[in-house]
Design a protein around this ligand. Structure first.
Ligand code: ADP
Ligand code: ZN
Ligand code: ZN
Length: 737
């Protein structure tokens, strides 16, 4: 509580603070605080809103308020945290404006998790204990069976530079005892700056890329680092980061997946001895995330590695931003505030006048187009960094053949068998979790569907259930067809669980691990399997796209891809681009080091452009084709879209809302004289979800300013609709339709 509080009428000199609060109404509200408590733009304050208490961000201060003085409420508390820096406040304001989101919600993205209360602690001294490679393997293999050590293990993984002494002191006594036992085992060690130093001699292409990035220091530019999988982009990032840090700067590294942070963080820790690294992602416990946020804000952490939310990290000395796997869809936040972290990072780099590097083996078509237009500098790493590594051999085999077992073709089974005989590892990839994507009656047309969604129920095992992947609904598997009574129900198609079972039956002695969202829900579980594979304890790895990214297993020489054709039937305009990125990525997992790799793709359409590009190892040719298709269809990046999505319990209500929105849109277009095309409303791809009918309306513009002018005119009309029973949201630059 602020002391010396009195009402504004009490004669005391007060400051009025305009506070953006996390509510959908979008305004900021005035509160007062005694003069001299140090409130400024960016301050984090606790205020009351109606009867709720919340944390808001001060966006401005004034000597007077337009609201009647007696109606202004006091600021309850100023959090003992550094205020959000001006560039972060301005960035959130930009996000609010560009993506048409309430400014309070946009700013809330930048607020660190403070619910746990601010832990007070001294500035951290040198780090004290970190995981060793031996510890990674030994503990990783253990935590599947010992859940008690998972949190500590995950903490170590999240703190690649080491857990500092104070943090260790704050751990439960049990964990402290564990750490000292692990130290005796050599599983954790005190990091000595020189010992951990990881030196790779950059090859010529890497060195040229590093020099180009380095030469860009001190001003804004965007560089595309396009390097084939395994070309050593990470070492270029690390070297570029080291140079920026040596000059006194801070570096922001965005990565797509939570699961990527520990492994990548460890590589950076090795390459940047003595540098404090802060990780930021939503999987971190609040207290840790807050500590890391503070370390970034104080400038103690020279490198911040995080997922999309880290784009708002406070970085007083920001000198370089890097977006790894810039094409990855997880940079786009799909609910709440819809923003694209790569694009926001570019905006931030521009406003701070620093260079930004976008890295990918399969850059997004947006980025390719900018590079071709000369707006981005394009640097190439055309070869795998390990001189022994060769591009994998690519083979296409039919989905169906007489030797197939549960969807796994004979040639793929043979290839796995050969790996087992040689003691090498295989990865088999299918993009669906669960046992089978559908349950069908063999006698009539019945197929298990979700009563609340327009979707099939997925068959799961352990426990045996039918599950909806859209609303979470689960039910028992029926013994007989509810429609005709037939007891012969058929689980159709292939999910990761079935694949695991099929391979288990085909190779009873093989050690098989499955990685998908179901097996990696708990903290540290993913790291456990990864460590096991690295320690050579796994022969066959089965999983979804989670497996595709950023993992480097030297004994992995075979990648099998099942069910990729599904993407070719998709109505989503980005499906082919995504499939290409995925295929190039999984292909890159095979044969990273001395052992040659092979990729076996099960497909009915080996002549499809996306497979031909994979076989020719030519992403650029495919990107050129896809860009041409997009140009003809007037789709991004050759056009700019806004998507209005609406849902309600009754279809009629959705239709009425969107019909009115369409009329408003025509009027707004004419009023603003904006060159946009307003499409008629259509049902969404998933037309019903969780009992709500869903539909959408797309607006298309060939130029971005036209779209912005149109939205300015359209949105006030939309907001005026009394759509209490209709939930709607606008998505600017949607990544799928
Ligand atoms: P990418 O991120 O481009 O897919 P990585 O950065 O993961 O590739 O590098 C792939 C592998 O090559 C890693 O094991 C890395 O240590 C190794 N590597 C990177 N640069 C070199 C180099 N100059 N010489 C030898 N090996 C290298
Ligand atoms: Zn039936
Ligand atoms: Zn459902």
């Amino acid at each position: 509580m602020l002391r010396g509080r009195r009402s504004p009428d009490g004669g005391e000199v007060v400051t009025y603070a305009r506070v953006a609060v996390p509510v959908a109404t979008g305004q900021a509200f005035d509160y007062w605080a005694p003069d001299g408590v140090g409130i400024e733009r960016g301050s984090l304050v606790r205020v009351r809103l109606a009867n709720r208490r919340c944390v808001g961000v001060v966006v401005g201060t004034h000597a007077t308020s337009d609201v009647g003085r007696e109606r202004v409420q006091p600021v309850d508390d100023v959090l003992a945290l550094p205020p959000l820096p001006e560039d972060v406040v301005a960035l959130a304001e930009f996000v609010a404006g560009y993506y048409r989101e309430p400014v309070g919600l946009a700013l809330a993205q930048a607020v660190p998790p403070v619910r746990s209360g601010v832990r007070r602690r001294a500035a951290a001294p040198a780090s004290a204990l970190r995981l060793t490679d031996a510890g990674r393997a030994a503990l990783g293999a253990r935590i599947a069976r010992a859940p008690a050590i998972r949190a500590l293990y995950a903490h170590l993984c999240d703190t690649p530079a080491g857990i500092d002494r104070d943090s260790i002191a704050a751990l439960p006594a049990q964990d402290q005892r564990r750490l000292s036992a692990w130290r005796t085992e050599g599983w954790v060690e005190e990091p000595s700056p020189a010992a951990g130093a990881h030196r790779v001699d950059l090859n010529d292409a890497q060195r040229a890329a590093l020099d180009a990035i380095d030469a860009a220091a001190g001003r804004f530019s965007v560089t595309l680092l396009q390097g084939v999988t395994g070309s050593g982009k990470t070492d270029v990032y690390a070297a570029a980061a080291a140079r920026a840090i040596a000059r006194g700067g801070q570096v922001l590294l965005l990565v797509p997946e939570i699961n990527l942070t520990p492994q990548l963080g460890a590589r950076f820790a090795a390459a940047l001895p003595g540098v404090r690294i802060a990780t930021l992602h939503s999987g971190l416990p609040d207290g840790e995330r807050l500590d890391h946020w503070i370390a970034a804000a104080r400038g103690d952490a020279a490198l911040v590695v995080g997922t999309r939310l880290a784009v708002y990290a406070p970085l007083p000395r920001l000198a370089l931003a890097i977006v790894d796997e810039e094409h990855d869809a997880s940079y786009k936040q799909q609910d709440g505030v819809r923003y694209h972290a790569r694009d926001v990072a570019i905006v931030r780099a521009r406003s701070r006048g620093v260079p930004i590097v976008l890295g990918s083996a399969t850059p997004s078509l947006e980025t390719v187009l900018h590079a071709e237009g000369g707006r981005y500098v394009r640097l190439l790493l055309p070869q795998r960094a390990d001189p022994r590594a060769r591009p994998p051999a690519i083979r296409f085999v039919p989905e169906d053949d007489p030797a197939a077992r549960d969807g796994v073709s004979g040639p793929l089974l043979d290839a796995i068998r050969a790996r087992l005989a040689r003691g090498e590892q295989s990865l088999v990839f299918v993009n669906r979790r669960g046992y089978a994507p559908s349950l069908k009656c063999t006698a009539c047309a019945w197929e298990a569907g979700c009563t609340r969604c327009s979707a099939r129920l997925v068959v799961h095992r352990d426990p045996a259930r039918l599950r909806c992947h859209h609303c979470g609904h689960a039910e028992r598997i029926p013994r007989a067809c509810p429609s005709c009574g037939n007891v012969d129900l058929h689980a159709r198609g292939l999910g990761t669980q079935r694949l695991e079972a099929a391979l288990g039956a085909a190779f009873p002695d093989a050690r098989i691990a499955r990685i998908d969202r179901d097996t990696t829900r708990t903290r540290g579980a993913f790291e456990a399997v990864r460590a096991q594979v690295a320690a050579d304890g796994i022969d066959i790895l089965v999983g979804t796209q989670m497996l595709a990214k950023g993992h480097d297993f030297p004994r992995l020489t075979l990648v099998g891809v099942i069910g990729a054709d599904n993407a070719l039937y998709s109505a989503d305009f980005r499906a082919t681009e995504r499939l290409a990125a995925l295929l190039f990525q999984v292909a890159g997992r095979a044969g990273r080091a001395a052992l040659p790799g092979e990729v076996v793709v099960q497909t009915a359409f080996p002549a499809h452009a996306v497979y031909r590009a994979l076989a020719a190892d030519d992403y650029d040719a495919l990107a050129a084709d896809l860009l041409e298709e997009r140009r003809i269809a007037a789709l991004p990046p050759h056009a700019h879209l806004a998507l209005l999505a609406a849902e309600a319990v009754s279809r009629e209500e959705v239709d009425r809302f969107l019909a009115a929105a369409e009329r408003d849109a025509h009027a707004a277009r004419d009023r603003a004289r904006a060159d946009v095309e307003v499409h008629s409303p259509v049902p969404s791809l998933l037309a019903r979800r969780a009992g709500h009918e869903r539909a959408q309306l797309v607006v298309q513009a060939s130029r971005r300013p036209e779209l912005a002018r149109f939205l300015d005119a359209w949105l006030p009309a939309l907001a005026a609709h009394p759509g209490r029973r209709v939930r709607w949201g606008l998505d600017v630059d949607p990544i799928s339709l």
